[in-house]
Design a binder for this molecule. Sequence first.
Ligand SMILES: C[S@@+](CC[C@H](N)C(=O)[O-])C[C@H]1O[C@@H](n2cnc3c(N)ncnc32)[C@H](O)[C@@H]1O
Length: 410
Amino acid sequence: MAEHPAYPVGLRLTGRRVVVLGGGQVAQRRLPALIAAGADIHLVSPEATPSVEAMAEAGEITWHRRPYTEGDLATAWYALIATSDTEANTRASAEAEAHRVWCVRSDDADAATAWTPATGTSEGVTVAVLTTEARGRDPRHTAAIRDAVVEGLRDGTLVAPHHRTRTPGVALVGGGPGDPDLITVRGRRLLAEADVVIADRLGPRDLLAELPPHVEVIDAAKIPYGRFMAQEAINNALVEHAKQGRSVVRLKGGDPYVFGRGMEELHALAEAGIPCTVVPGISSSISVPGAAGIPVTHRGVAHEFTVVSGHVAPDDERSLVDWPSLAKLTGTLVVLMGVDKIGRIAETLVANGKSPDTPVALVQEGTTAAQRRVDATLATVAETAAAQGVKPPAVIVIGEVVAVGPRGTA
Ligand SMILES: C[S@@+](CC[C@H](N)C(=O)[O-])C[C@H]1O[C@@H](n2cnc3c(N)ncnc32)[C@H](O)[C@@H]1O
């Protein structure tokens, strides 16, 4: 049977009876894909792992709690034979053969009439890798090839130029806090497909160096804005490049909708009739404290965290933040864009009832090689930040969570 290579095919199993014999690890690994394929799955096994049992409880499979008996495979389209009893497996595969049911055997690939490829998916494409001959089967090698292809397609290092459907218009991509590994898989793929990238100063700037030379990289801070406001100039640049039929990525720090003006850009694009997709990002408000060893919540310490902008002082009439109310909260306060105003912020919180001993941490350039953390209290933070030369970008964390990490976590 193994003289010739296997013939690859995609089975369309929706509503079709698939019989799985054995409820152990093999079934547990294979069942999710069969469920995803919409198969009418019948598991025959006296026992099952807790995960397989959960699939039965959820109604995703029908579980017959008994050993295999002759006739189980008679009406199946496809079978997976994976019991721990070799003799039963042999009888079952003979029955499959007699009824012309394609069957996979976990214990004897040579005796099977079908092999399961190593599979993975990326953007609507299933990658399936199959060894050509049973004798040369090396599951780790096939899995490694699968991983290389799927990973490459996902992160854009493997480009399929003739067939890839490029995203038209603009993608507002949240790039995460700065470490290039902390962008999402989707964001990275869109970046790899872009013709033009308009990037902020914050975010994963190292990724820009990896872009091929034909990609135009525009620094958002350097877009000339003449009589326009800077944001309007950025909106215009997005619209103009997209109108020329180019794939545009607007690469933003953190998440596009957390103090990121993402919705303003989306509105401008909608008004110009440009399709826009938004890719969430890991916000610095959670990830930067985390990178410095500070959880924004901790059981028994903080049951809430509030993220606020500190770009205007509490007594500034433009401020929309209710600082006196924030002073009364027991949870964590995370302040973005607050380095310049931290003195006034700390004073206001203390004046409204927050203890001057409340721990404060300033985390500058979190998740990058230059990350540093400076600790203080509300009473000392203004002086400490100035003395230590803390500069933006920094996330300021105020609350008892600052002190819960083991020493040296940051
Ligand atoms: C205009 S806001 C954008 C926030 C972003 N959209 C996000 O979700 O993280 C910029 C502020 O985010 C914070 N920030 C962003 N990246 C940071 C980093 N790597 N380290 C420290 N603070 C950061 C700083 O407070 C900075 O002033």
